[in-house]
Design a protein. Structure first.
Length: 679
């Protein structure tokens, strides 16, 4: 929904805003779950916010006399802050609340908030009020906010005739509903397969076997949740097992989401057409860094050309590995990819990813990430003890800068039934300098330590944790703006994955890893030699991964670039999988049904690779021998993270790099395993 990505700037103290000290802010801002609301309490909080928003909207319209930033933009921004807060909380509850009935009420609330956002985005009186605000005397951030906000209004159709606006409102309400059901179907769609012969689990690590003991009737259940799914796909020798699990995983919300997705395509196509765009892909690009749909198509082709040579080299190595046990093999199925990748890592790169797991118990990794972020960004973290949350395992931390609290974060890190099954950072409150501390939640599904199990993590889990933490830091450090609407991660939506993907790269540094990765039994730090070997091994497969991502990017673009009546989901997904990746699809998968980003990102899935290009370019600016040294870390914080959404990301990139991003760093990253001598 448009207004969601809007520069939802909220902001400045309407009325007698005094700049409160940071401690005052904190005491006025208890943690979000401190009142332990039940479903009715939650609705009361939400309705209160929506009512407040309405009062500010009325106040914007009622202004008499000349319009100013203070009497109009500030009031508008306050309405946006209220609506954002309502939207963040209901989206969060949908994703994390343990009670299904509560989640249903949250879903209904998300729809209600969506309808309020849509109505605001089509409110012509508010639009005209903002148009009348003189911006020439304002500071650059305020000017940018105003200009971008007006663009978003026009993209919502505010300047169209009454009949068109009424139709757009209906369509946007429908879209909110369709997106919610698409995502809910995936969250609730967990499947499991039954294993009757324990021998089928050959190849899996001992702690996995220990936590998957046969139950009633000797049956072992393997679910499609990540902690079950990923190790099985990576280590299980049995192709039959991987096939069954892969099919279960890729049909989690099938067939129900096929129809929901088709409805979404039709709704979005009609919205784009009403607003004068040829396709949703074009319309959706208009307020992004990339600007047009055609440039998404060009980006896909450029990236494909950059990737192919390395991807082919990697694929031949996988095939050679498979031929050791299957001499006539000419193809590799998608369900075999991770398994053979792991085998090549062991045989050609002398690396067994099991060998690093003992160094990565959850608790150490968590502390290590907090410590690394603290050093890198020159901040600190302080645990808030005894804070109630929607689940007892959720932790609350304060973020400290120069002795002052500058934000609050919540860590909801382990899987439970009904919880959002991927990894995500969700904002909870927009940060407004002197008025409201930014808050955000990390939602992950990482192994949970228990009294007898240290919760050993895979290397990929650690990357995920760093990645999501990158979003969180962006939200907090970028959350010190004058306006809520330009706060945190409110910039062009196709930039938000750059800082997170950049932070992922920190896991390659032997220095960073050695600071926290210690053997959970002996306490010995991870050897430098092992990290270097792991880096070469984990570089192997990157080009194939990028190839697969190009396929997803093309799928997300093509289904939204075409007229819905011309879209055959299964045909497009099969064609692009084959066209852009070397792996053979498994008949019967309908991956689009559980590809959650088709709802939120829609045609903008290119964002991940677009931002990967930027992230690698950013990363090359740091000193590879000591990532934390020199002035680059602080320059990165100041020039990339702190501006939040107060300027175009095209400018942030140029400010930090001294030029626009280019593909060289990504190419070096993809082929890193062929650079260094193998051992
Ligand atoms: Zn991300």
């Amino acid at each position: 929904m448009r207004i969601r990505n809007l520069c939802l700037f909220a902001s400045i103290a309407v009325g007698a805003a005094t700049t409160a000290g940071a401690q005052d802010l904190l005491s006025a801002q208890p943690p979000i779950w401190s009142t332990k609301p039940d479903a009715a309490g939650f609705e009361k909080i939400e309705n209160g916010r929506l009512d407040a928003a309405q009062r500010y909207i009325d106040k914007v319209i009622a202004v008499k006399g000349p319009r100013t930033v203070d009497n109009t933009l500030a009031t508008f921004d306050e309405a946006v802050r209220q609506i954002d807060s309502a939207q963040y909380l209901s989206a969060l509850m949908e994703a994390v609340h343990p009670d299904a009935a509560f989640r249903d009420r949250a879903t209904a609330m998300t729809r209600k908030v969506g309808a309020v956002q849509t109505a605001l985005s089509l409110n012509r009186a508010v639009y005209q009020a903002l148009v009348a605000v003189p911006a020439d005397q304002a500071d650059p951030a305020t000017r940018y906010y105003l200009q971008r906000q007006l663009l978003e209004f026009r993209l919502a159709g505010v300047d169209k005739d009454d009949a068109t606006r009424a139709r757009l409102k209906v369509l946007n309400d429908e879209l909110t509903e369709e997106q919610s059901s698409f995502e809910r179907n995936i969250n609730d769609g967990e499947k499991a397969i039954e294993v009757r012969d324990a021998a089928e689990l050959a190849g899996l690590p001992q702690d996995y076997l220990d936590s998957h003991k046969p139950g009633k009737g000797g049956v072992i259940r393997i679910t499609t949740s990540y902690p079950d799914y990923i190790p099985a796909m990576t280590f299980a020798v049995s192709d039959a097992l991987r096939r069954r699990l892969y099919l279960a995983f890729n049909t989690r919300a099938y067939p129900q989401n096929r129809d929901v997705l088709m409805k979404m395509l039709r709704t979005r196509y009609e919205i784009a057409s009403l607003l004068g765009y040829r396709s949703w892909a074009d319309y959706n690009a208009a307020d992004k860094m990339i600007r047009t749909g055609a440039r998404i198509g060009e980006f896909i082709q450029d990236l494909d050309a950059a990737v192919r040579p390395v991807a082919e080299r990697e694929f031949q190595m996988l095939l050679a590995e498979k031929r050791k046990s299957d001499p006539g093999a000419t193809t590799i199925g998608l369900q075999e990819k991770s398994y053979y990748q792991e085998q090549v890592r062991r045989s050609s790169f002398n690396f067994d990813s099991q060998s690093v797991r003992p160094y990565l118990p959850y608790a150490r990794v968590k502390q290590g990430i907090l410590d690394t972020a603290a050093t890198l960004f020159h901040i600190g973290f302080r645990r808030e003890e005894g804070v109630p949350a929607w689940d007892p395992l959720v932790e609350t931390w304060l973020v400290i800068d120069g002795g002052k609290v500058i934000g609050r974060i919540y860590l909801d890190m382990h899987p439970r039934p009904g919880k959002y099954s991927h990894a995500e950072m969700m904002p909870v409150l927009d940060g407004i300098r002197g008025r409201q501390l930014p808050e955000g939640v990390l939602i992950c599904n990482l192994p949970q330590p228990t009294a007898t199990d240290p919760g050993l993590m895979d290397y990929g889990d650690v990357e995920t944790f760093f990645h999501e933490f990158g979003h969180l830091m962006h939200g907090i450090l970028g959350g010190q703006q004058a306006w809520a609407g330009i706060s945190g991660i409110s910039m062009e939506a196709d930039f938000v994955e750059a800082p997170s993907q950049m932070l992922e790269e920190w896991t390659q540094s032997p220095q960073v890893l050695a600071s926290f990765a210690r053997d959970y039994q002996s306490g010995k730090p991870i050897p430098v030699e092992l990290v270097l070997r792991m880096n070469r091994a984990s570089a192997f497969g990157r080009a194939n991964m990028v190839g697969q991502q190009i396929g997803f990017t093309a799928e997300s673009y093509e289904i939204y670039a075409a007229k819905p009546e011309d879209v055959n989901l299964d045909a497009i997904f099969e064609r692009d999988t084959v066209k852009y990746g070397p792996f053979t699809p498994l008949p019967g998968t309908h991956m689009y049904a559980s590809f959650g980003h088709l709802a939120g990102y829609s045609s903008a899935y290119y964002t991940y690779m677009w931002d990967k290009v930027i992230a690698e370019d950013f990363y090359e600016q740091f000193d590879p021998k000591n990532l934390l040294a020199g002035d680059t870390p602080m320059r990165y914080r100041r020039e990339v993270l702190e501006p939040g959404g107060s300027m175009s990301a095209n400018d942030l990139v140029k400010n930090f790099l001294g030029r626009p991003q280019s593909m060289g760093a990504l190419q070096r990253w993809m082929g890193a395993e062929f650079d260094a001598p193998r051992r």
